[in-house]
Design a protein around this ligand. Sequence first.
Ligand SMILES: C=C(O[C@@H]1C=C(C(=O)O)C=C[C@H]1O)C(=O)O
Length: 123
Amino acid sequence: MVDAAQNPDSDGTSGAGSAESGEVEAARAAALEQLSGIRLSIDNIDAALIHLLAERFKFTQNVGVLKAKHGLPPSDPDRERKQIARLRELALAAQLDPAFAEKWFNFVVAEVIHHHERLQSEA
Ligand SMILES: C=C(O[C@@H]1C=C(C(=O)O)C=C[C@H]1O)C(=O)O
């Protein structure tokens, strides 16, 4: 239920009693219900992203251990260029901004390289 005192009509009054304000209130209540449903899906997607990122970091950690053990450099710019090209293509096909996909990738890889450098310094 939407509180009329907290949600005045556009003229600043409560509009209590008018048929129009009843419809506006009902529509707003329906919108809030719809919003809750959509937010449930957003929360599910955010949870999936966290799990996927955790899995990705487990594998990149394995790569870091391998690199530290065999004296390989923490970063591989050639590999990153190929990954960026691929991700930009995927983003385009999925109607996601490729510039955003690249920014996200660079953000994640910077953290991975940080981890690899730490492993290297501990080796
Ligand atoms: C994981 C690696 O190390 C670094 C991190 C990468 C990544 O997170 O995808 C890619 C290339 C490297 O700069 C790798 O070399 O494969």
